[in-house]
Write a protein that binds this ligand. Structure first.
Ligand SMILES: Nc1ncnc2c1ncn2[C@@H]1O[C@H](COP(=O)(O)OP(=O)(O)OP(=O)(O)O)[C@@H](O)[C@H]1O
Length: 151
């Protein structure tokens, strides 16, 4: 079965294509403040609708608070912060991909929709497993030492 392939744009066509792409947008953020407002709306939507995102926000906040409370080194706090940011950012991308898939195929089954959603969920799972590894390496030993010293 032969597939129709679009020819690559010539260098002269690229600026025109870029303009067309922006014209396809229903609305374009007029300034930086408005961009932040939309970004916050995305975070707020995910928090209100995605149980997993709420769980990850709570666990990440707890991990960062614990790392400060346990007086970890600056670099260790930074590693926990970066790992937390990665998990939360991937959760947001997972929600974005879910929405795009639902927008595209609606309530019909499609193998490619399944692959897109499963891979997006897999990306979150990988980052969450790495976060568990980071937490058990950096947070667990001082936490256990603190508990032992008090009992
Ligand atoms: N249109 C579809 N076609 C094929 N499979 C689908 C479709 N919609 C959902 N699925 C399957 O159902 C699973 C669950 O879908 P859902 O939309 O809840 O995504 P999810 O990533 O599991 O959600 P969440 O991250 O909120 O737990 C997907 O991972 C996918 O395997």
């Amino acid at each position: 079965m032969s597939q129709k392939v679009s020819p690559s744009p010539t260098p002269n066509q690229i600026p025109t294509l870029m303009n067309q792409e922006r014209e396809l947008s229903w609305k374009v953020a007029s300034n930086l403040f408005v961009s932040f407002k939309y970004a916050w709306a995305g975070i707020s939507y995910s928090f209100q609708t995605q149980r997993n995102f709420r769980i990850h926000v709570s666990v990440c906040a707890l991990a960062i608070a614990l790392s400060i409370f346990l007086h970890l080194q600056a670099v260790e706090i930074a590693i926990i912060g970066i790992t937390s940011g990665l998990v939360l950012a991937l959760e947001l991308l997972n929600t974005a991909i879910e929405s795009l898939v639902d927008l595209t195929v609606k309530q019909t089954y499609h193998d490619l929709a399944k692959i897109a959603k499963d891979c997006a969920a897999g990306a979150v799972l990988v980052s969450a497993l790495v976060a568990v590894l980071v937490a058990s390496t950096l947070l667990l030993p001082p936490l256990v030492a603190l508990i032992r010293s008090n009992f």
